[in-house]
Ligand binder design. Structure first.
Ligand code: BMA
Length: 308
C-alpha cells in the first residue's frame, strides 16, 4: 500500500464543529509555527459552503475554531462572485505569507479567489484571479524566473477539464497559459482531472497529487493520482502515473453527501521523508493517510502514461 490510511479516520466530522454544518471536507493544510493548520470546507444547512479552521499539534488530532474562518465576502468587489459560497481551499507558504486559493461560486459561474494571511487570524482577499469555469487552482510554493506559477483547471467543451499552467508577476495578472495534461480515455481519470494538493518539491521533481474522475452508471468516482513536473520548468511533465494511488474504499469514502469520493486539497511533507495526505471522504468527513515521498516518486516514474 502506497498510502497508509490513519487507523482512526475520519479525523474530523461535523460533530467536531461548534456551529451548524452538514459536512467537513476538502481541506487545505499547512504547518504554521509548529502546528498544523487546516482550513476546511463545510456545507451550511442551506447547501452553500463556508470555510472553517482547525489546529493540531500532530497532524492527526484537530480542534476546530469557535467561529468560521471565511464566509462569502460582503465586500463589493467580491460579493457578486461569492454569493453561492466558497469551497475547496488550497494553502501554500511563499515569502513568509500564506496564500489561500478557493473556489468562489455565484450565478456567474465558479471562479478562483485568492486570499492571504500571515497569522491565520486575520485574512485579506487579494483578488479573483480567474474568470468563470475554473476550479482547483494550486500555486507553486516557489517562483520560476521571478514569476509565480499555478496549475489551473479551466473547462471547455472541446477540451474538457484538463490541467493548464499559468504565470504571474504579482499574483493578480496571470498569463503565458499552456495546457499540460489531459484526462485519458477509458481510464480511471477519463472524465475530469484537476490539481489536488499544492505541488511538493522532491529531489526528482515537483510531485503533484491530482484527482481524476470516472463516470459510471452509479455516478462519478473520484480518485487520486500522481504527476511529476520538472523542478526548473514545471510546465514540463516528467511522468504521469498510470494507476490511481487512492480510491474510495472505506465506508466513510463510499457513502455520504456525495458517494464514492476521495478529494485532496492538501498534503504536508515531513522532515523524515513522509508526507501526510489529507482528503475529504464522500464530501462529508476529513481523512488523513501517510506515504513515503520517494516511494510515490518511484511509483510515478515506473508506471508512466502519457500526459496528453
Ligand atoms: C467536484 C468539487 C469538489 C467535490 C467533488 C465531488 O466537482 O465540487 O468540491 O469534492 O466534485 O463531489
Amino acid at each position: 500500500m502506497l498510502i497508509q490510511r490513519y487507523n482512526k479516520n475520519p479525523i474530523l466530522t461535523k460533530d467536531d464543529v461548534p456551529y451548524p454544518v452538514a459536512t467537513v471536507h476538502n481541506a487545505g493544510v499547512v504547518k504554521y509555527k509548529d502546528k498544523y493548520i487546516m482550513i476546511f470546507r463545510s456545507h451550511r444547512l442551506n447547501g452553500r459552503s463556508i470555510l472553517g479552521k482547525a489546529e493540531s499539534d500532530d497532524g492527526f488530532h484537530f480542534t476546530v475554531a469557535k467561529e468560521p474562518f471565511m464566509l462569502p465576502s460582503e465586500d463589493e468587489k467580491f460579493k457578486e462572485y461569492e454569493e453561492y459560497g466558497i469551497e475547496d481551499p488550497r494553502i501554500i507558504e511563499l515569502d513568509g505569507e500564506y496564500l489561500i486559493t478557493y473556489s468562489a461560486y455565484s450565478r456567474n459561474g465558479v471562479r478562483i479567489g485568492l486570499a492571504k494571511t500571515t497569522d491565520f487570524s486575520t485574512i485579506q482577499r487579494v483578488s479573483l484571479i480567474t474568470e468563470a469555469d475554473y476550479r482547483n487552482v494550486v500555486i507553486f510554493p516557489e517562483k520560476f524566473n521571478g514569476l509565480y506559477a499555478r496549475l489551473d483547471r479551466p473547462h471547455s467543451e472541446i477540451s474538457p477539464w484538463s490541467i493548464w499552467i499559468s504565470y504571474s508577476p504579482d499574483l493578480i495578472y496571470w498569463g503565458e497559459s499552456k495546457l499540460i495534461m489531459k484526462p485519458m480515455q477509458y481510464h480511471w481519470d477519463e472524465m475530469k482531472i484537476g490539481p489536488g494538493a499544492p505541488p511538493i518539491k522532491t529531489s526528482r521533481g515537483w510531485l503533484s497529487i491530482y484527482h481524476g474522475v470516472f463516470p459510471t452508471m452509479d455516478g462519478s468516482v473520484y480518485r487520486l493520482g500522481l504527476a511529476l513536473h520538472y523542478l526548473d520548468d514545471p510546465s514540463i511533465i516528467i511522468a504521469v502515473c498510470d494507476e490511481w494511488i487512492l480510491q474510495p474504499e472505506e465506508p466513510y469514502e463510499i457513502t455520504g453527501y456525495v458517494h464514492n469520493v476521495v478529494f485532496t486539497c492538501g498534503a504536508v511533507p515531513e522532515d523524515d521523508g513522509t508526507v501526510k495526505i489529507y482528503w475529504g471522504g464522500a464530501d462529508t468527513v476529513m481523512c488523513v493517510g501517510t506515504a513515503n515521498l520517494e516511494e510515490l516518486v518511484d511509483h510515478c516514474l515506473k508506471n508512466r502514461r502519457s500526459p496528453k
